[in-house]
Write a protein that binds this ligand. Structure first.
Ligand SMILES: [Zn+2]
Length: 618
């Protein structure tokens, strides 16, 4: 498991954060002068007690196996800089009860997003760090940036950072928005340290696992607003939830109580109806598979006037489509279990549709979910034409019509078509460069062009050219070595490979990083199952650094500027890398959010439903 974490999950997570963030560099190594750190859970590796490590952030990665808790991962920061209160040391814990190594692409991707989510907490997105945020021009703590307001009868906490609020106002088209609403539900470690699920839905810093998460400008803007980082927004993924809906989307009830219908398309109705997921990633059910009630429900959230509560514990009881785990259209492993196995298409780019299509002579008697590849073509009049591939045929999906399948498909029933402009605008806006190509590629025409050494549609995976690399355990898809010493047979040579290090004559083809991007110490430490020490080198103003070297200027943390953004980081205090010892603050935990797995009934055929997938992350 440790090898899965360090070889599969950590590298793309660090790649993305390093690409998207810049930080004022420290002038000294990070050191820890106590025997234990992170609330005593980590025995301090000796290197930290001596010369320290050249890094911007040290994260200790730990694992536990806790069946009694429902958290999937948690983060904690352990030490802050005396210089500007920025976190320097943190801990990231995976609960292996919900987290197992996998070769399933969509699950790996989800695990990587969880890893980035936890790292983001450690970087600064945590309510217990809000008071440490600084104005980078003065290095003084920010004040007055956290407030509360009443929304739909309840109190909402918001965070108002200039970089963030202006982007939110643009996105929601609400010029009076005070700031980003923070999660108001869940325990003390969930509430307040995540974006509000009701309005941010699939943003990756919402509080529980959800499909098709997006690494957006909002979290980058929040991190920039800490005063500790500068963000490169070209790595942000677009999000369409709530876009241009206006202030009512944020503040008014999500459901019209008099008609029991949703006030915006983001909030589905009627409850329990089978519908496409918001991002079109698949098909799910509105609000809840099975309706339940709560007699402690806030009266302002009693939208159906019968104490009905929806499944999403973080959405202020607003209904959204809960995706079926067996109709996640990007999960290619589901192809063989598709209702119309030969006609549907599961995999990257496929989208969810509903209808009554059946391979039998009669249509299904009720609506079902399907995955098909769409094609959007912009017409001369500015409207989109939507086509859908059913089997080998492309059929035009007329606006909001129920269309027949291609005659040669042999299918009966209808396919329900969406509004073509709505559908195409959404999937075009959201694009296909997932995760900003995870920091290892360029997004060209909505497709990632990956750097050498990285592959898959989003550059999330390392690629390999010879057996030695695989031998090194860097490719868990092809070897079980996982970094242990192993024999490598390239060119009939035998070599011993260690993680990240290529030893022996035949294993020299792998270029090592010019910088020790990841420094790893494995083994049991203290009572923890395993510890990996990750040194996160957030990429800082490289151009600036280079020119400093050329001019002989000393690169110290006391001055920093970025010509590109026009912003100036003036940090006039002495660089003090001493770790603040008295800080032991908790970071948020992230909750398992079990997705809908109950049988989706098909009247004309039986369909085996995937077993429950304990999805991690948020
Ligand atoms: Zn979280």
């Amino acid at each position: 498991m440790l090898n899965y974490i360090q070889n599969v999950l950590i590298p793309p997570a660090i790649n993305l954060l390093q690409a998207a963030l810049k930080v004022v560099p420290l002038s000294k190594n990070i050191t820890i002068d106590t025997d234990t750190t992170c609330s005593g859970e980590i025995s301090t590796p000796s290197i930290y007690k001596t010369e320290g490590v050249a890094a911007d952030l040290v994260l200790f990665i730990t694992t536990s196996n806790d069946a009694s808790s429902n958290y999937v991962a948690a983060a904690e920061f352990c030490s802050l800089s005396l210089e500007n209160s920025r976190p320097l040391v943190g801990k990231l814990n995976y609960n292996l009860y919900y987290f197992s190594p996998t070769t399933k692409d969509v699950t790996i991707e989800s695990h990587v997003y969880t890893t980035i989510h936890e790292m983001t907490h450690a970087l600064g997105f945590s309510s217990s760090l809000f008071s440490s945020y600084i104005d980078p021009t003065t290095n003084q703590p920010l004040t007055g940036h956290v407030g509360t307001k009443t929304v739909n009868g309840g109190e909402v906490t918001y965070i108002n950072l200039p970089s963030l609020t202006s982007r939110l106002r643009d996105h929601f088209n609400c010029s009076t928005l005070e700031g980003a609403y923070l999660e108001n539900e869940g325990g003390s470690l969930s509430a307040g340290s995540h974006f509000e699920r009701r309005i941010f839905f699939n943003e990756y810093m919402t509080a529980s696992g959800i499909r098709d998460v997006k690494f957006t400008e909002f979290t980058l803007a929040l991190l920039e607003g800490t005063g500790w980082y500068e963000a490169d927004y070209t790595y942000a993924e677009a999000i369409t939830y709530g876009k241009n809906r206006g202030c009512d989307f944020l503040d008014a009830p999500c459901v019209d109580i008099s008609t029991e219908t949703s006030a915006f398309p983001e909030f589905c109705s009627p409850l329990t109806a089978i519908q496409p997921y918001w991002t079109r990633r698949g098909v799910g059910v509105c609000g809840a598979q099975t309706l339940t009630t709560s007699n402690s429900l806030d009266s302002n959230w009693n939208y159906w006037q019968n104490d009905t509560v929806v499944s999403d514990a973080y959405s202020d009881n607003c209904p959204n489509v809960r995706i079926y785990t067996n109709i996640d259209c990007e999960d290619s492993s589901l192809q063989s279990s598709a209702l119309l196995e030969d006609q549907e298409s599961y995999g990257y780019g496929s989208k969810g549709f509903i209808g009554t299509l059946s391979s039998g002579k009669s249509p299904l008697s009720s609506v079902y979910g399907y995955c098909f590849l769409p094609k959007c073509t912009l017409q001369g009049n500015g409207d989109y034409e939507l086509q859908v591939q059913i089997g080998s045929s492309w059929v035009t999906c007329e606006n909001n019509a129920k269309i027949n399948p291609p005659s040669k498909s042999g299918l009966s029933g209808k396919l329900n078509c969406p509004d073509a402009n709505d559908f195409c605008n959404q999937i075009t806006t959201e694009g296909n460069c997932r995760g900003g190509c995870f920091g290892r590629g360029s997004c060209v025409n909505q497709q990632c062009e990956c750097e050498d050494g990285w592959g898959f549609h989003d550059c999330i995976k390392k690629t390999y050219t010879d057996n030695c690399e695989r031998c090194a355990g860097l490719d868990p898809w092809r070897t079980s070595c996982y970094g242990e010493t192993c024999e490598c047979n390239s060119n009939n040579s035998t070599c011993m490979c260690e993680l990240g290090l290529m030893k022996g004559s035949a294993c020299t083809t792998v270029a090592s990083e010019s910088k020790p991007m990841i420094f790893i110490i494995c083994g049991a430490v203290g009572g923890v199952i395993g510890v990996i020490v990750v040194i996160l080198l957030v990429r800082f103003a490289r151009k600036l650094y280079k020119s400093r070297k050329e001019t002989g200027a000393e690169a110290k943390s006391g001055s920093y500027s970025s010509k590109g953004s026009g912003r100036q980081f003036e940090n006039t205090t002495q660089a003090m890398v001493t770790i603040r010892k008295d800080v032991t603050l908790n970071m948020p935990i992230d909750i398992v959010d079990v997705e809908v797995t109950t049988v989706l009934q098909a009247m004309a055929t039986s369909r085996e439903v995937e077993p429950s997938e304990k999805t991690i992350s948020c």
